[in-house]
Ligand binder design. Structure first.
Ligand SMILES: [Zn+2]
Length: 303
C-alpha cells in the first residue's frame, strides 16, 4: 500500500538519519466524508480511520509543540510523528476530529484566516464550478481559457486540472477575476461551507488540538512586497488569537518550499512576531504528504 511504503521509507530515513533528529510530519488538507468521484485519490473518512490506526501502532504521534520542545532538548523519541492539517477545511472539524479523538491522537491545524466563515480558496471555486457545470462542454473561450469537456467525471477532472494549470501563474488580481468568471459560467450556486466557521475552529481548539497560523489569504510570501508579507503573517495570527482568545504559537508557510515560496526574510518575520515556525514543510506528495523534515524545528525566539 502506497501510504505504508511512504511511511516506511520515512521511518527508515528517520532512524538512519543521524544528526538532527526530526519527527515525520504528515500533512493533510481535507478528509472527505466519503469518496469523491472528482478526487478518487483524496483521503476520506474510512481511509483516514485506517491511517490513524496504522500510525498509532507504529509511531509516537506527538503534538507538534511537544515535538519542538523535545527536539530542542535532544529528547525526541524514535519514530516520532506529528499530524498536521493545512488551510482550514470544515471537514477537519467534522470528519477528522472525531476520528482523531477515537484514536486518542493529536493534530495541529494551520488556518488561513481569510477563508473562515464562508470563504473559499480559488482552486476550490474552480473545482466546485466545474463539478456543477451543466451540459457536456464548459466553454471558457471568451475568457481565453478554452473549451473543455465535462461529459464524465474523468473529463471534469481533466478540465479542473487544465483550468487550474492556466490560472495558477496569473497575478493574484487577474487570477481572482478570471476565477470569478469561471464560477459564473457554471451558473451554479457554489458552496460557502467548505472552509471552517469560527465555531468549528473553536471546537478544534476546545478539543485540545493545536491551532497555527497560515497567513490570511494564503499567498506565496516570496512573491509579495515585504510589508504585505509581514501583514499577512501578523494579521493571520491576530485573527486566530481573537477568535480563540488564546495565544497562537506556530506558523506554517503557504505552499512551503523554502527558497521558492518563502525566503530567509520571511523566517525572520515569523520569528519577529513571536511565532515558532515549522519549516521546511511542503505539499509535494499530492494531498497527503509526508516529509521528513530535517532541521524542521526552529527554537522559539522571543523578542
Ligand atoms: Zn496551505
Amino acid at each position: 500500500m502506497w501510504l505504508k511504503r511512504q511511511l516506511e521509507r520515512g521511518a527508515l530515513s528517520l532512524l538512519s538519519g543521524g544528526g538532527s533528529r526530526a519527527p515525520a510530519i504528515l500533512i493533510y488538507h481535507r478528509v472527505l466524508p466519503a469518496q469523491d468521484p472528482l478526487f478518487p485519490g483524496e483521503v476520506h473518512r474510512d481511509q483516514f480511520d485506517r491511517q490513524l490506526g496504522w500510525l498509532r501502532s507504529r509511531f509516537n504521534v506527538l503534538p507538534l509543540l511537544d515535538a519542538v520542545q523535545l527536539a530542542a532538548e535532544g529528547r525526541l523519541p524514535a519514530r516520532s510523528a506529528c499530524i498536521t492539517f493545512d488551510d482550514g477545511y470544515a471537514d477537519n472539524a467534522e470528519v477528522a476530529l472525531p476520528l482523531l479523538q477515537k484514536h486518542g491522537l493529536h493534530a495541529s491545524f494551520f488556518i488561513a484566516t481569510g477563508f473562515l466563515d464562508g470563504g473559499r480558496m480559488w482552486n476550490d471555486t474552480v473545482i466546485e464550478a466545474v463539478r456543477r457545470a451543466p451540459g457536456d462542454v464548459l466553454d471558457a473561450s471568451a475568457l481565453g481559457l478554452g473549451r473543455h469537456a465535462v461529459d464524465s467525471w474523468d473529463a471534469r477532472r481533466r478540465t479542473i486540472g487544465a483550468l487550474i494549470g492556466q490560472l495558477k501563474y496569473l497575478p493574484l488580481e487577474q487570477r481572482l477575476q478570471q476565477v470569478g468568471k469561471v464560477a459564473s459560467l457554471s451558473g451554479a450556486e457554489l458552496p460557502r461551507d467548505l472552509m471552517m466557521s469560527s465555531a468549528q475552529l473553536r471546537k478544534l481548539h476546545a478539543a485540545g488540538m493545536g491551532i497555527g497560523g497560515h497567513t490570511v489569504n494564503h499567498p506565496i510570501l516570496a512573491r509579495l512586497p515585504a510589508a504585505e508579507a509581514r501583514q499577512e503573517i501578523a494579521q493571520g495570527r491576530a485573527a486566530l488569537e481573537a477568535a480563540l482568545d488564546a495565544p497562537v504559537r506556530v506558523f506554517a508557510y503557504p505552499n512551503g518550499k523554502p527558497g521558492q515560496d518563502y525566503l530567509p526574510e520571511h523566517v525572520a518575520m515569523v520569528r519577529g512576531s513571536w511565532y515558532q515556525s515549522v519549516s521546511p514543510r511542503d505539499q509535494g506528495i499530492g494531498k497527503f504528504g509526508l516529509r521528513l523534515a530535517r532541521n524542521m524545528l526552529q527554537p522559539a525566539e522571543r523578542v
